[in-house]
Design a protein around this ligand. Structure first.
Ligand SMILES: NC(=O)c1ccc[n+]([C@@H]2O[C@H](COP(=O)([O-])OP(=O)(O)OC[C@H]3O[C@@H](n4cnc5c(N)ncnc54)[C@H](O)[C@@H]3O)[C@@H](O)[C@H]2O)c1
Length: 325
């Protein structure tokens, strides 16, 4: 079977339908595709159907394709059935290397020869995961952000074995479904965004571990401070403006030497039970024990409003004007 044109895809296979796989399934359903899913958990189908009912109003607000329907969601008995006639497959199994290796090998063996297969992994390299695949030339990482049906970014990372045409096909396919794919041809663990998020996560853990700041203080500091600007522009543009009329050149000159100061801890602290409990209890206190489903619905509502508002501005699209709707 020849590779379908990126704008003509109607059949997608989803392996693993948890937080991310389920989110991808809803994204592709919104775009009118038939989505065949496989997940070994006995309650996976019921959970995703319930989530679909809850999220559908959000997808309606985003705009549904003519053929979009939750009736196009199909759960199969086996992994092979889910991918046998798929024109694209997104793998979303748990973040454990042996499970990634065996799942990708099984998908590769069962999917049509030209079908592009993408992994949602948050940090593994495709060259570590494709070692049992017969056709690694059509495999790549496509790292999404939660929830995949709302967050635009997907980091599309090829391995040295990925065929450039397959990488380009995936870039076009994600664009067709309204994503902002970032093409990376160098395999870097954690890719771009997770490396940056991990730095903030690591420093947060150090501050909690050393009683320098609480969960509440860290979240307040980012929410009312840098996070507000990060929603508008990237961290480097923020710094560029922080240099005043002299821009980044002045900023580097003024603040560069302070980077040598001992502000960050750099290495991850040991995740002891005590530290883990401090973080978990702090999050429960901070959110007043609100159910995750309620927080998710409020997050989705705000994200749509924010994206709509930002999309209308040139500033949000600086360096990427083609993305403006
Ligand atoms: N949660 C996030 O914010 C996030 C963001 C980006 C990427 N990811 C990546 O997405 C992938 C899935 O993460 P998640 O957060 O959705 O996890 P999750 O635990 O919510 O879902 C994993 C799903 O995989 C199923 N599963 C277990 N073993 C399986 C197998 N052998 N074959 C197929 N399915 C199997 C489970 O039943 C479950 O439904 C991971 O690679 C993760 O790194 C997660």
């Amino acid at each position: 079977m020849a590779r379908t044109h990126p704008s003509g895809v109607t059949r997608v296979g989803i392996i693993g339908t948890g937080v991310i796989g389920g989110g991808w399934a809803l994204h592709f359903l919104r775009h009118g595709m038939t989505v065949k899913c496989w997940d070994p958990s006995p309650d996976a189908e019921q959970k995703l159907r319930e989530r679909g009912e809850a999220v559908w109003p959000i997808l309606e607000r985003l705009g549904l394709a003519e053929t979009a329907s939750l009736d196009n969601l199909i759960f199969t008995e086996t992994l092979a059935e889910a991918v046998a006639d798929a024109e694209f497959v997104q793998e979303n199994v748990p973040e454990r290397l042996p499970i990634k290796i065996s799942s990708l090998a099984a998908i590769d063996a069962a999917a049509p020869a030209d079908t592009v297969i993408a992994s949602s992994t948050s940090g593994y390299l495709m060259s570590e995961m494709d070692i049992e695949c017969q056709h690694p030339d059509r495999l790549m990482v496509a790292h999404p952000f939660n929830p995949p049906y709302l967050m635009p970014l997907v980091e599309v990372v090829s391995s040295p074995k990925t065929e450039p045409a397959a990488h380009d096909w995936a870039m076009d396919f994600y664009r067709v479904t309204g994503k902002q794919p970032l093409k990376l041809t160098k395999e870097v663990p954690g890719f771009v965004a997770d490396r940056l998020m991990e730095a903030v996560w690591r420093e947060s853990l150090h501050m909690i571990d050393n009683d320098m700041a609480t969960v509440e203080e860290i979240d307040l500091a980012i929410r009312y401070g840098p996070g507000l600007r990060w929603a508008l522009m990237g961290p480097l543009t923020v710094l560029h403006l922080g240099g005043g009329e002299g821009g980044m050149a002045h900023l580097i000159h003024q603040f560069g030497p302070s980077l040598e100061a001992d502000w960050t801890f750099l290495k991850a602290p040991e995740l002891t039970d005590e530290l883990a409990n401090k973080v978990i209890d702090g999050c429960d206190r901070l959110t007043d024990g609100a159910p995750i489903k309620k927080l998710e619905a409020e997050r989705d509502d705000l994200l749509i409003k924010l994206i709509d508002m930002l999309d209308a501005s040139d500033l949000w699209h600086v360096g990427n004007p083609a993305a403006k709707k």
